[in-house]
Every structure is written in C-alpha cells, then in structure tokens.
Ligand binder design. Structure first.
Ligand SMILES: Nc1nc2c(ncn2[C@@H]2O[C@H](COP(=O)(O)OP(=O)(O)OP(=O)(O)O)[C@@H](O)[C@H]2O)c(=O)[nH]1
Ligand SMILES: [Mg+2]
Length: 205
C-alpha cells in the first residue's frame, strides 16, 4: 500500500504508464521540480503536492506498465496499489487525469487489446467511470505528433467515445507538458471542478 497521503478532503490525481510525462506535468502545474527523466519507472511511490493553507492535494501516482529493471511481480503490485489507492480515496478525488503519450498510445492500446486482455489505459478510464470520478485523458507529447486530429480521433475511438474528438474537450486534452503548453488540460479540469462546486480550486489549475 502507498503510505503517507496527506489528510485532505479534495484531491486531483495524475496516473498513467511510465515515461508519459506525469512528473513533467506535475512540475508545470506546481512550479516545483519533481524527478523526471528518460528512464522509465522513476516515480515508485506517489508524489503528493499539498498547500498547507488549502484542503487540497495534487498527486502524481507511480507509472505502471513497462518499467526497466522492475520485475513483473513488482509491476503488478504497483498497479494493484494504484487501483486500491483510487478506490480508497474515491470520495475525495474530484478529477482523475490519465496521462498518455500521444506518439505511442494507439500502438500500445492495440498491442494489448484482445479477447482476454484490456489495455491498462482503457481499464483505468473505465475504473474512474465506475468510481464516479470525472476523468480527463491528457494526451501528452503532442509536439511529436504530426496527424493531430486523426490521432485524437483514434484515442476517442479506443476509449469508446464517438469521434470527432473536438466534441469531447472535457475529456480529451492534447498537451505538450515539456513546453508548458497545457491549457486544454487545465480548462477541462476546471470544468469538472466547477461541476463539483469547487471553483475555489481554480487557483491550482
Ligand atoms: N517531446 C516531449 N517529451 C516530453 C514531454 N513531456 C515529458 N517529456 C519527456 O518524457 C520523459 C519522461 O517524463 P517524466 O515526466 O519523467 O515521465 P513520468 O510519467 O513521470 O515517468 P515515471 O516517473 O517513470 O512514471 C522525460 O524525458 C521528459 O522530458 C512533452 O510534452 N514532449
Ligand atoms: Mg514520474
């Protein structure tokens, strides 16, 4: 189990595969440097960022999926811990942000789709739905994607959302975290915070 979650009544979580840019996005949102890098699996336990004056915490959960130098049993354990974390804290979590790498997400989803297999990203998306937590898919590294609209339509398709993606801007947010270009994400998050009656948290997004 993940330890050390600060006692907070409101939370936004970032979750996604290793190396998609969660820590980079966290840095953009908070202005604080978190350890990032090309080496997958950098984040092994949650990074909580909280503001002592506010009843709010932003959490960067560890990456799952491929992690160099991490054996498969441990990898599964991390995934199980993430699911438990989301279930245990579902009452406080106002928005779940699933971060994906726009360059590779479709290949990865298709590689892991089969009669007995559902890709982690799709599974997470539905887990948030089951838990009643609004979910935003931050499609990161858009600087590396040429066929932008086609790619985003494909992401919708794989998640069971009818294209075109532009009608899902509360759910699909194309960003380039590395360059600080994250407005589609902050606007989507704000929409869900507003729906939850929490405009007071706009200051963090
Ligand atoms: N081209 C490009 N690279 C990015 C972008 N965002 C992050 N990266 C790079 O992707 C790599 C991984 O970023 P991290 O933020 O460490 O990824 P993470 O999801 O926290 O990874 P784990 O901690 O392993 O789960 C780094 O080399 C980043 O510089 C982006 O928008 N575009
Ligand atoms: Mg990280």
């Amino acid at each position: 189990m993940f330890e050390g979650r600060p006692e907070r009544g409101a939370e936004v979580v970032l979750v996604g595969r290793s190396n998609v840019g969660k820590s980079t996005l966290m840095r953009e949102l908070t202005g604080k440097q978190f350890s990032t890098g090309g080496k997958p699996g950098v984040t092994r336990s949650p990074n909580h960022y909280d503001w002592s004056s506010h009843d709010f915490v932003l959490t960067d959960l560890p990456g799952f999926g491929f992690m160099e130098g991490v054996e498969s049993g441990h990898r599964e354990a991390i995934k199980t811990n993430i699911v438990h974390y989301l279930e245990d804290n579902a009452d406080s979590i106002l928005v779940g942000v699933v971060v994906v790498d726009g360059k590779s997400v479709i290949d990865i989803i298709d590689r892991h789709s089969g009669p007995d297999e559902i890709p982690h990203v799709v599974e997470l998306f539905y887990l948030f739905e089951d838990l009643g937590i609004p979910c935003v898919v931050a499609v990161n590294k858009m600087d590396k994607v040429d066929d932008r609209d086609d790619r985003l339509d494909e992401v919708c398709d794989r998640l069971g959302l009818y294209p075109p993606w532009k009608q899902w801007q509360d759910t699909i947010a194309p960003i380039t975290a590395k360059r600080g270009s994250i407005t589609p994400l902050t606007e989507a998050v704000r929409t869900h915070l507003h729906d939850a009656g929490r405009d007071d948290l706009f200051q963090f997004f």
